[in-house]
Ligand binder design. Structure first.
Ligand code: HEC
Ligand code: HEC
Length: 81
């Protein structure tokens, strides 16, 4: 609860010993691209971005469509008119 277990393997200090991929330099940069001495606070909560890959069926469906598809559908409908 009081420590970041991911960093116990992935930090710069520990990765050589644990053989885990070292977290990249981007994780040590602030939002202005300035390098920091330690992992940036905005990269501290690893699971915000890194999640396990699984083939599980999504619990909630989605009707989201990318804008390209919506524009294409509109164009197709306009042609038929
Ligand atoms: C016990 C050590 C250990 C811990 C704890 C650990 N990892 Fe890893 N992780 C590894 C090792 C070793 C690899 C490399 C596996 C391989 O190359 O097959 C790896 C691979 C990865 C990769 C893929 C990197 C790449 O580009 O190959 C990511 C991302 C990652 N871990 C994130 C995390 C996150 C997020 C956590 C915490 C929730 C975490 N790891 C906890 C040891 C660990
Ligand atoms: C804001 C999103 C974000 C957060 C938070 C984050 N990462 Fe990453 N991580 C990325 C992205 C994007 C990449 C691939 C591009 C890059 O290296 O910047 C990456 C790459 C990696 C890699 C692979 C590096 C390589 O060279 O292959 C590892 C390992 C990793 N992250 C571990 C972690 C760990 C451990 C934490 C928590 C301390 C963490 N990340 C937090 C987004 C994030």
């Amino acid at each position: 609860m009081n420590g970041n277990k991911c960093l116990s393997c992935h930090s710069r200090a520990n990765s050589a010993r644990t053989q885990a991929t070292m977290i990249s330099i981007t994780h040590y940069m602030d939002r202005d691209g300035q390098p920091l001495a330690a992992v940036s606070p905005r990269r501290y909560f690893c699971n915000q971005c890194h999640v396990p890959q699984t083939d599980a069926v999504p619990l909630v469906g989605t009707s989201f469509e990318i804008i390209d598809k919506i524009l294409q559908d509109d164009a197709n409908a306009a042609q038929k008119r």
